[in-house]
Ligand binder design. Structure first.
Ligand code: ADP
Ligand code: MG
Length: 153
């Protein structure tokens, strides 16, 4: 399936893209976020939270691995960086097959636990304030979301 791309020029723009993506999500949807430290994964996750109507402040869950928030749908924000070199399963299935939206930073570290289909988003650093966002949809549902998002941007 083909990829979709867009470039953002400020962190606010990255959040805005994510905010527009949020209402297109369904219960049980999974988004993976890849990119170097400082690429903008947590920035993107904050935008999704805002778009889902999460009121609480969203911080990086690096030390807790998973943080749960209440929004129009439950929002599960994961940062699995610390699971590198382990094959620890912290009950991912229940989240991925649950009733909320899951966003997973550094998802390749838990590749074996990821669902069959998800929306993979890779953020790469172009310059200090510019980022290239690449959307790789795993099925038609995610493809239509990626197309809508990048088409109207
Ligand atoms: P990660 O979770 O990938 O480590 P963060 O979202 O925590 O990254 O940090 C991204 C940093 O880059 C923030 O300081 C943010 O302000 C900055 N930044 C600058 N330009 C952008 C942009 N276009 N999109 C996202 N973040 C940006
Ligand atoms: Mg982060």
């Amino acid at each position: 399936m083909s990829d979709f791309q867009l470039t953002t020029y400020t962190d606010g723009e990255t959040q805005h893209v994510a905010e527009k993506l949020a209402p297109l999500m369904r219960p049980g949807d999974v988004i993976t976020l890849e990119g170097d430290l400082g690429a903008g994964k947590t920035t993107f996750a904050k935008g999704i939270a805002r778009g889902l109507g999460v009121k609480r402040n969203v911080n990086s869950p690096t030390f807790t691995i998973i943080k749960e928030y209440e929004g129009e749908l439950p929002f599960y924000h994961m940062d699995v960086y610390r699971l590198e070199d382990t094959d620890e399963d912290i009950g991912f299935d229940e989240y991925f097959n649950g009733d909320g939206v899951c966003v997973v930073e550094w998802a390749h570290f838990i590749e074996e636990f990821l669902p069959e289909s998800y929306l993979a988003i890779s953020i790469s650093y172009a310059d200090e304030h510019s980022r290239v966002l690449t959307f790789s949809p795993g099925n038609e549902h995610y493809k239509s979301i990626a197309a809508e998002l990048t088409g109207e941007w």
